[in-house]
Design a protein around this ligand. Structure first.
Ligand code: THG
Length: 284
């Protein structure tokens, strides 16, 4: 199954046979005071810089989230999405719980963006899927519903199936849906990683859909988070995850290595290109 995302300048294909797709997570003010302040003040150079840095580090797509308390997302999400799309060539992933903000951004963006996200709650399905259909976008489906995030993989898979069915009824093909099996921290429940990994395996077997991870949650509250995040991402890739919302500055090297190990990088060209570009400059 192949999901296609587009900006006006670039097309990105997501599938299990293609290199893993990296969605840069850093344009998101959650827990980031500097970005929250920049968004509130309209200091968009800070946002432009985050966009460029992530694409240089290997991001194939950029997540854009402007969710600061008190901000008018319906006005600000399109504004920020527009300036990011003018700053870099990559497609965007519009990250908002407000479907009107998503619709407003889709109305002004060229290409085929990714909507982040819909979930199994009735009100989410009813609000988000028609917007995705109207604009011919793709969408991330979260495996949670009115009862929250299930702690077993079977219920998460059942929610994914419901999202795929409801989308199908509106004429949105499974190719345009990327399922996110959600990750809780192993710091609170040492089985949390396993449940997500099992969900990934089942989603791939049963539906063959593309699968996204928000990979950094898994290590929350533990020391040396980076080691856990790297290990988890590699395991998830091995079982069928095809993209992640993550920090490309920290995780592109792991992703290039895992793609090479999985036979998705002929002659190691991408691995070597990344390595060369990230060698410290030799002092003359
Ligand atoms: N699935 C989907 N969308 C998502 C998530 C997901 N969107 C939001 C989130 N999870 C992914 N995005 C982020 C963005 C930032 C951080 C984590 C996840 C983050 N911020 C640091 C902090 O809060 O401490 C700041 C890091 C920094 O300064 O670079 O970790 O799961 N579909």
């Amino acid at each position: 199954m192949e999901t296609i995302l587009k900006s006006d300048k670039k097309e990105v294909k997501v599938s299990f046979d293609a290199p893993f797709m990296i969605i840069g997570e850093k344009i998101n003010p959650t827990g980031r005071k500097k970005l929250a302040a920049a968004l509130k003040e309209g200091d968009y150079n800070y946002v432009r810089n985050l966009a460029t840095k992530q694409v240089e580090a290997g991001a194939d797509v950029l997540d854009v989230n402007v969710g600061v308390p008190g901000i008018d997302e319906v006005a600000v999400l399109p504004e920020v999405a527009k300036l990011v799309s003018e700053q870099v060539d990559v497609p965007l992933c519009l990250d908002s719980a407000n479907h009107e903000a998503i619709a407003a951004a889709l109305a002004i963006l060229p290409g085929k963006p990714l909507v982040n996200s819909v979930n199994g709650e009735e009100k989410s399905l009813e609000a988000v899927l028609p917007v995705v259909k109207d604009y011919g976008a793709a969408v991330i489906g979260l495996t949670m519903d009115d009862d929250g995030i299930p702690n077993d993989s079977e219920t998460r898979v059942a929610i994914a199936e419901k999202i795929l069915e409801r989308a199908g009824k509106l004429g949105i093909p499974a190719e345009d849906i990327i399922i996110d099996p959600l990750v809780l921290t192993v710091g609170a429940d040492s089985n949390a990683g396993l449940v997500t990994l099992q969900t990934i395996r089942s989603l791939k077997e049963q539906f063959g859909v593309n699968i996204n991870l928000g990979a950094s949650n898994v290590s929350f509250g533990l020391p040396d988070r980076h080691t856990i995040n790297q290990s988890f991402l590699s395991l998830a890739m091995g079982l069928g995850a095809t993209c992640a919302i993550t920090d490309p500055i920290k995780l592109t090297s792991t992703i290039r290595a895992t793609d090479l190990l999985m036979g998705r990088d002929q002659f190691g060209a991408r691995y070597l290109t990344y390595w060369r570009a990230n060698q410290p400059k030799e002092s003359a």
